[in-house]
Structures are given as structure tokens and as C-alpha cells.
Design a binder for this molecule. Sequence first.
Ligand code: HMG
Ligand code: MG
Length: 290
Amino acid sequence: MSAKVEIFEVGPRDGLQNEKRRIPTAEKIALVDCLSGAGFRRIECASFVSPKWVPQMADSGAVLAGIDRAEGVSYAALTPNLRGLEGALAARADEVAIFGSASEGFSKANINASIAESLARFRPVAEAARAAGLPVRGYVSCVVECPYDGPVAPDAVARVARALLDMGCYEISLGDTVGRATPEGIAAMLEAVTAQVPAARLAGHYHDTGGRALDNIEVSLERGLRVFDAAVGGLGGCPYAPGAAGNVATEAVAARLEALGYETGLDRGVIATAAEMARAMRVPRETDDV
Ligand code: HMG
Ligand code: MG
């Protein structure tokens, strides 16, 4: 039996959050429902953040209310503070994520807080979520490079990852937010992080601006990681990481993993359909109101 690797689908959140076109809620729901049939165990499809900061995610509650929930699929939401957690609980998200940064510049630009302030803000969110029975995932952004501060020290990543683990996060997702990391950079970062957090509790979240994301996944596999975030159709970017491209495309990751002999449990035909839908969502329509 071949070893299993899980793809955590983040397209409906990380993929869509950066789209300028206001995507109708019904289109988002249709995408999530299509993805639910592909075999993913976890799909990130909501973000309870300020609608002034990320207008595209303002209908997250309606998305979670409108989807057909498939058995065994966890529908995830970002929750930067207690207000976000309240939104996620009301919308019956199955799990939530707090999201910090290894660099001060991105932390300030993305969530208007220093790293220390953000960790202090996350602690009660993680506690309240776990008290409500929701698993909490942690993100660390800018694990190799920051769009504002430049190169990021591996030890800085390890410190934030460890802090999120100590808060009770069940998994820490390591974000190459600008998507320009090389396998060498990822390997050096993972060496420091795995000294603090076991590889079995880590995920790779690699954007693909520089076209090395699949190579970065391979080097992460060698270091023991078995979960990778990806966005169907390669959608996305981050509104607070200028120039960053989308997450590595789910269909490309699934193909590479299978070529390497890993089992993903995914139906690549359904993923191809979802990728078409995702790409079509970016095309402006005459009926758009923005
Ligand atoms: P702030 O301005 O410091 O907070 O923002 P505030 O408490 O002063 O609130 C400002 C306004 O937002 C107020 O409204 C609040 O009510 C409202 P106003 O009085 O001005 O009308 N507000 C909220 N509204 C809805 N839901 C909430 C909420 N909280 C406050 N939860 C805050 C701080 C964190 C809210 C803001 O900075 C924010 O929303 N940031 C989100 C940024 C974001 O979503 N970035 C993209 C996701 S992260 C990412 O993509 C990286 C990742 O993929 C990994 C990787 O690739 O590296 C995860
Ligand atoms: Mg991201």
C-alpha cells in the first residue's frame, strides 16, 4: 500500500479572497459543492475577517449556510479574533484557523498587529474555539520571505509555529506567502521548525509565484510533511502580499503526488471540473455590478 498524502483544499478561501470581481455567493457555493465530491477531507471556504479589509469574503456566512455538507468533510474558516470566531460558530464552520506571521512587516499589513500582539489576540480565540469543540489550525505566513521585511530567519518561523502549537493548534500550516521560496530555503526553514514542531503536525502552504511550489512540496515530503494546501485552478494571492500569485494548483499537486507514488484519495476528474469552474469565476460578466 502506498503512503498517503492529504491535500487541504483552500481555493474557495485563499483562491477567491483576492479576486477583484465580486463573485456571486451562488458561484462560490457551487464550487465548494463540486469540491466536496472530489474526496477532500478538509475544504477552507470562509473567512470571518473585516469586510473592509477583504470584501470578497463578506458573504462567508451565506456560503456556509448554502453548501450541501458532505459527510466526513470539514468546512474550515479563518478567524483572526473573537468576533471572527463568533461568526464561524454561528455559521457552523467545522474548524477554524488563526493566522500569524513570522515577519513583523506582514503581520502589521495583514492583521494590523505585531507578532506578539497577534499571539496574545489568538490565545483566547483558540481557547474559545476548543471549548466549543472546534479544532483550530494555525498558519504562519512569510516562512521564507516577507514582501515588506525581506528574508525571514528560520528560527523566527519556528518560534511562531511553536507558539501556535502550544495554544492547542492541531496543525501548523507554513505559508510561503510571496511564493518565491526555493527548495533550499524551504529545507533550511523546515530544519528549524521540525526541531520545535513534529513534521506530522505541519502542513506546507506554498504559493507559486516563482514556479517552484511543486519542488518545495517534494523537499517537504523528504522532511516528513504529509499535508499540503492547494487551490483548485491555482487561484489566488493575498491582498496584503503585493505581487504574490495563487496557491499551487490542486490538480498539479495531485498529479505530482500520484507520479511520486503517493495516494491522495482524490478524484482527479472532479478536480478538473472544479478547476474549470474556478477559472471561469475570474472572467468578468456583463451582469457584474462592480
Ligand atoms: P483592525 O482594524 O485592527 O481591527 O483589524 P479593529 O478591531 O479596530 O476593527 C476594525 C473594523 O473591523 C471595525 O469595524 C470592526 O468592527 C471590524 P468599523 O468599526 O470600522 O466599522 N471587524 C470585523 N468585522 C468582521 N469580522 C471580524 C472583524 N474584526 C473586526 N472578525 C483585523 C484587525 C484582523 C480584523 C483586520 O486586520 C482583518 O480583517 N484582517 C484580515 C486580513 C486577511 O483576511 N488577509 C488574508 C488572509 S491571510 C492569508 O491569506 C495568508 C494565508 O493564506 C497563509 C499564507 O499564504 O501565508 C493564511
Ligand atoms: Mg495563502
